[in-house]
Design a protein. Structure first.
Lengths: 82, 372
């Protein structure tokens, strides 16, 4: 029920409570309400739940998490584990 | 898909599982309070990747599962009315009430429609001015802004034929209720990433402190969940009880302020009954007086309806992490997704349904991949 899917904003229309946009989810486009992410702009990734964007994905935070995983992988290789 | 695929990587998942095994010296029980996470855990076999002494408990994190029987009955009563178009998220349609489900009402001729967003229900109301359009507004904090916006726009557009049947529940009071129970087994929590995307995580700080439990805000993909477990186990091993944020790419400390503002305009905090658990004070949302005209319960005169719940179903104990689905004598026999006794067997996010679906067939399991 609380599923939210990341998608890329292709365009933005309207303002305030009727602010909407077209969001592409891996190639499939859907209209989403952007009223709760007033800072979101074309090209941003948003998490969409029940037709509403609830957050703008923080790309710097995402990159940091992936860097952490990369270091874990290197650690594993250094330890000579499969 | 960006921000999805990289969090389903098997090598990363295995690194994290090994890291957990390295640091876990004692048995620990950790509960997730989100049906989406429960579904991922069982689907990908995350619990089977963990050392045996780390137990995952599946909490009351599925709003479909915790919607009380009497509210389903109210939905059935309203949906059966000839003037009503009843709109709902798809997963509510097979939840059993005392006399059938929404599908069975639909089969008898009622106009029951599945919508993806509450705004679709609003459009149906605009397109059908002679019909009464009722939206079944269930969900946790994640869904509350969407449902609040539907009511707010109905009010702004002066739509007299739109109303909502509200069954909104909140996560922190449920965590407090679980931790206060004498038979509580939970020592650490994974908080739901999208609930916290909306609400932030400051309201979890007093819970972590009062009950001395670590709480890690966690995402939904297998790698997210494993990292959340690792952070939780680290805290447990070190005797810490803090709120940490694994899902920082979406969750900020204060959450989504515009969403919270609209929610508090439309909703107020009320006591709510949880199916299988009972009433929890201050555990849900009801409409504020300014929006009371959109309350379907009053509009269709079903406010005073009460009903007792089935006694054989142990969903309440499953939802509190006291029992696992397979410990129920009815599991897979008298209770199946086709003929469910309780809601945890209905929704794909319910613990019983997830175990029924994946533990009977062993499909896309990371653990199975490891064994081969």
């Amino acid at each position: 029920m609380c599923l939210a899917v990341p998608g890329k904003i292709l365009d933005v229309n309207g303002s305030e409570t009727t602010r909407t946009g077209t969001v592409s989810f891996g190639g499939v486009s859907k209209e989403a309400c952007l009223a709760f992410v007033p800072e979101a702009k074309v090209g941003d990734y948003v998490l969409v739940h029940a037709g509403f964007a609830i957050s703008v994905v923080d790309e710097a935070e995402a990159a940091q998490t992936l860097e952490y995983f990369r270091q874990m992988g290197e650690l594993r290789e250094l330890e000579g584990k499969p | 898909m960006k921000f999805v695929d990289e969090y389903r990587d098997q090598a990363k998942a295995e690194d994290l599982a090994q890291a957990i095994a390295r640091i876990a010296t004692k048995p620990w029980s950790i509960m997730e309070v989100c049906g989406g996470q429960t579904h991922s855990i069982v689907k990908y076999g995350i619990d089977e990747l963990l050392p045996e002494h780390i137990t995952l408990l599946h909490g009351p994190g599925c709003p479909v599962c915790v919607t009380p029987l009497e509210l389903i009955d109210k939905a059935l009563l309203i949906a059966a009315r000839p003037e009503v178009i009843f709109c709902s998220f798809g997963d509510m349609l097979r939840v059993p009430g005392s006399g059938g489900d929404l599908f069975s009402v639909k089969a008898k001729g009622a106009d029951v429609r599945i919508v993806y967003s509450p705004l679709e229900a609003l459009k149906i109301a605009r397109d059908n001015p002679r019909q009464e359009v009722v939206f079944f507004a269930v969900g946790f904090e994640t869904t509350a802004p969407a449902n609040a916006m539907a009511v707010f726009q109905a009010h702004a557009q002066k739509l007299p034929n739109f109303s909502v049947l509200v069954s909104h529940v909140l996560v922190p009071p449920a965590i407090a209720a679980i931790l206060s129970a004498p038979d509580n087994r939970t020592q650490g929590f994974l908080a739901a990433g999208h609930v916290c995307t909306v609400m932030g995580f400051e309201e979890y700080l007093p819970l972590a402190q009062t009950f001395h439990v670590p709480i890690v805000v966690t995402g939904f993909e297998p790698v997210d969940i494993l990292q959340g477990i690792l952070m939780c186990v680290e805290q447990l091993e070190q005797g810490r009880a803090e709120v940490e944020n694994q899902y920082a790419r979406s969750v900020q400390r204060k959450g989504n302020r515009p969403a919270q503002e609209l929610m508090s305009k439309v909703f107020r905090v009320v006591a709510r009954k949880w199916r299988g658990v009972g009433e929890i004070p201050n555990s849900g949302f009801g409409l504020r007086d300014a929006f009371a005209a959109y309350d379907a319960e009053t509009r269709f005169g079903v406010t005073g309806y009460h009903v007792d719940e089935d006694s054989e179903c142990i969903a309440g104990q499953v939802l509190r992490g006291v029992k696992k689905p397979q410990e129920c004598p009815a599991f897979g026999t008298r209770c199946t997704p086709e003929r469910p006794l309780g809601a945890t067997m209905v929704s794909s996010e319910g613990a019983c349904a997830a175990y029924y679906q994946y533990r009977r067939h062993e499909q896309t399991s990371l653990a199975a991949g490891r064994r081969s």
